[in-house]
Design a protein around this ligand. Structure first.
Ligand code: GLA
Length: 446
């Protein structure tokens, strides 16, 4: 929708409201660095030229009214209270509530102001392209405006990204900070290497002569829905890996070593090399599967306490958790992000492509966040001329990102349409199942 259409739609939905103001937030594609941000390791995403656009205006009371132009998402109204109760799990308005509550807490505002918001989006939903974080960011920008707070004045983009990464947990998934950071700090024509704790960014050029193409597996991956438990397993396992490594180092070195997150091994005061971390992991994670009893013994706590406090809602599989391969994914994916950044700097598309494929295999085989459809999409993409292909985002469905030579891109699109959608899924691809994407400006007002 352009500004005139959005204004008209807004006035239809909220006829009594004052003329709207607009803000938007792009979707994101992660090029490489999957499921490692929450352990404090770097990632390499970019914004994409699809976005959430919000028309909004202030109200004179403390009511928040959220309407989505897509009728699949029912309208929601709630009071801007100091403690906003969440709607049922999976409800879209929880992202709006998360943003309002997050900003209220950041500025210590109570009670907050009211706002009417109309949300439109052309980011595919539940496809791993961060439409949910886009919604949080856009709602936060709208609310900041209503509060008279300026981005870059009252709150820096980097602070807002950190505040909203924390705020998004309200909706149930315990994500890292990648999505909010790229949506607020990304830029046209460039990817970003993002580091965490503290959040910092480094622009990374994309290799010339290649297109980035997103292919939707059409398997829905709702981070607030069924995929939430599977997603939340990642950060919990990260905590266990960290604790086990810390215990091992303490007993080896007979010193009181503190590691807050796995990434501290490389980036904290220990400053280990990739080789040293590999040797360390080989010493700590000796078996393919580790049972809850074995973990509890190593950490010197009771199995029941481990299950209750650490594993929360992860059912403990009888044959144990595959800590060894999960740790391997963390280690190798971190290294791949650094090599991918170097490949981009060297304009070496073929090297970036190889790293993307390795990353996909690691996500699938070592970390267990792929699915048969994503694996098939990657295989077919490589046959259809892509030099790199991998799942992007949380996985469990959603999309792949493909690095395709410009000269091959039409052929790639036709071949994927036939081989994946028609032959493998036995369906006609819906509009926008295959998208050529480019990095665009970060979230802002317009
Ligand atoms: C989701 C989370 C991110 C990140 C990815 C996986 O998008 O929001 O923080 O963990 O999954 O890389």
């Amino acid at each position: 929708m352009n500004a005139a259409e959005l204004t008209q739609a807004f006035q239809q939905v909220f006829p009594e409201a004052s003329p709207p103001i607009f803000c938007y937030a792009p979707g994101r594609v992660n090029l490489i660095g999957e499921h490692i941000d929450y352990n404090g390791m770097p990632v390499l995403p970019m914004t994409m030229d699809r976005r959430i656009a919000v028309a909004f205006s202030a109200r004179s009371d403390a009511l928040i009214r959220l309407v989505n132009a897509d009728p699949t998402f029912p309208p929601a109204t709630f009071d801007n209270l100091p403690d906003i109760p969440p709607s049922q799990k999976g409800a879209w308005e929880n992202y709006g509530k998360a943003a309002i509550q997050g900003i209220n807490q950041y500025f210590d505002i109570q009670p907050g102001k009211g706002i009417d918001l109309l949300v439109t989006s052309d980011i595919p939903i539940a496809a791993g392209l961060s439409s949910s974080s886009g919604l949080i960011v856009a709602t936060a920008l709208a609310y900041l405006h209503v509060l008279g707070k300026t981005l870059g004045g009252d709150i820096e983009r980097i602070e807002l990204a950190q505040c909203l990464a924390q705020a998004e947990r309200y909706a149930g998934a315990h994500g890292g900070g990648m999505d909010q950071a790229i949506i607020l700090l990304g830029a046209k024509d460039t990817a970003l290497k993002i580091d965490f704790f503290p959040l910092r960014i480094e622009p990374v050029p994309l290799p010339l002569g290649y297109c980035l193409v997103v292919c939707n597996s059409l398997v829905k991956a709702e981070k607030t829905g069924a995929a939430r438990h599977r997603y939340n397993e990642g950060p919990l396992i990260g905590k266990i890996l960290t604790a086990l490594v810390q215990k091992h180092l303490q007993s080896e070195w007979d010193e009181d070593i503190e590691i807050n997150r796995l990434g501290d091994l490389w980036l904290g005061h220990l400053c280990l090399t990739h080789q040293e971390v590999q040797e360390l992991f080989e010493a700590v994670f000796t078996c393919d599967q580790t049972t809850v009893d074995e973990i509890a013994e190593a950490l010197q706590i009771k199995p029941a306490r481990l299950q209750q406090e650490w594993l929360a809602d992860i059912p403990s599989p009888p044959d144990g958790l595959s800590l060894k391969s999960k740790a391997r994914h963390q280690r190798t994916e971190f290294h791949r992000v650094e090599m991918a950044r170097d490949a981009c700097e060297a304009q070496d598309g073929a090297a970036l492509g190889r790293l993307m494929v390795e990353s996909h295999r690691s996500c699938a085989d070592d970390y267990g966040v792929s699915c048969p459809e994503l694996d098939r999409l990657v295989e077919l993409a490589l046959e259809a001329g892509a030099v790199g292909a991998r799942l992007t985002g949380a996985g469990f469905g959603g999309c792949t990102i493909n690095l395709v030579p410009e000269t091959e891109v039409d052929h790639f699109q036709q071949t994927m349409t036939q081989n994946y959608y028609r032959d493998f899924l036995n369906t006609e691809p819906p509009a926008h199942a295959i998208l050529r994407v480019k990095p665009c400006a970060a979230a802002d007002y317009s």
